[in-house]
Design a protein around this ligand. Structure first.
Ligand SMILES: *[C@@H]1O[C@H](CO)[C@@H](O)[C@H](O)[C@H]1NC(C)=O
Length: 173
């Protein structure tokens, strides 16, 4: 089973979240997977862990990547929400600079800024470590926190994504 871990580095422009290990300042530039082969990366990946857990809403999070004719990658993310509904979003991932194939940017829809997707390390089969660093203002974080809290989600700093009881979402598109 393909499983991935996402490290979201949130850069706050205004304040530091208490109890959370957010960084202020610039995004790190970690080294990425050498000679990344996007073709071998295609398929469905199950999320095992995310840091921090701020974006965690549902469970059974998975991402399916498929190659498009123009060389870009179709991204299909889905999760099972606490209310039992499946939430999914589609986007397109692109390599901006062909000499850095492990550094992709994902765009989901117009008006939403592109998100970075850096493949730090992967064996293409069982694991992938993904790094995504971007800036969020404090208001957005608070809003997300409120949404999460009202959905009854416990705001832990690091949680393991729940991949149990996912039968109904297996192979979901
Ligand atoms: C692409 O990446 C190479 C290697 O890191 C770098 O030297 C080059 O300036 C980059 N090109 C662009 C257009 O950013």
């Amino acid at each position: 089973m393909k499983a991935f871990q996402v490290l979201f580095m949130l850069l706050l422009t205004a304040a530091v979240a208490d109890g959370q290990s957010f960084h202020l300042g610039k995004c790190q530039q970690p080294s990425v997977q050498e000679d990344f082969d996007v073709t071998r990366y295609m398929g469905t990946w199950y999320e095992i862990e995310k840091l921090p857990a701020i974006f965690e809403r549902g469970k059974c999070n998975q991402a399916t990547y498929s190659l498009l004719a123009d060389g870009t990658v179709k991204v299909h993310n889905s999760e099972l929400l606490p209310n039992g509904k499946i939430n999914s979003i589609e986007g397109v991932a692109k390599v901006k600079n062909s000499s850095q194939p492990a550094i992709l940017t994902v765009s989901f829809f117009k008006g939403v800024p592109d998100g970075p997707y850096w493949v730090l390390s992967t064996d293409y089969q069982s694991y992938s470590l993904v790094y995504s660093c971007f800036r969020l203002v404090w208001d957005v974080i608070s809003q997300l926190h409120d949404e999460l809290a009202s959905a009854g989600v416990n705001l832990n700093r690091l949680t393991v994504s729940d991949q149990t009881g996912c039968d109904q979402t297996k192979g979901m598109k």
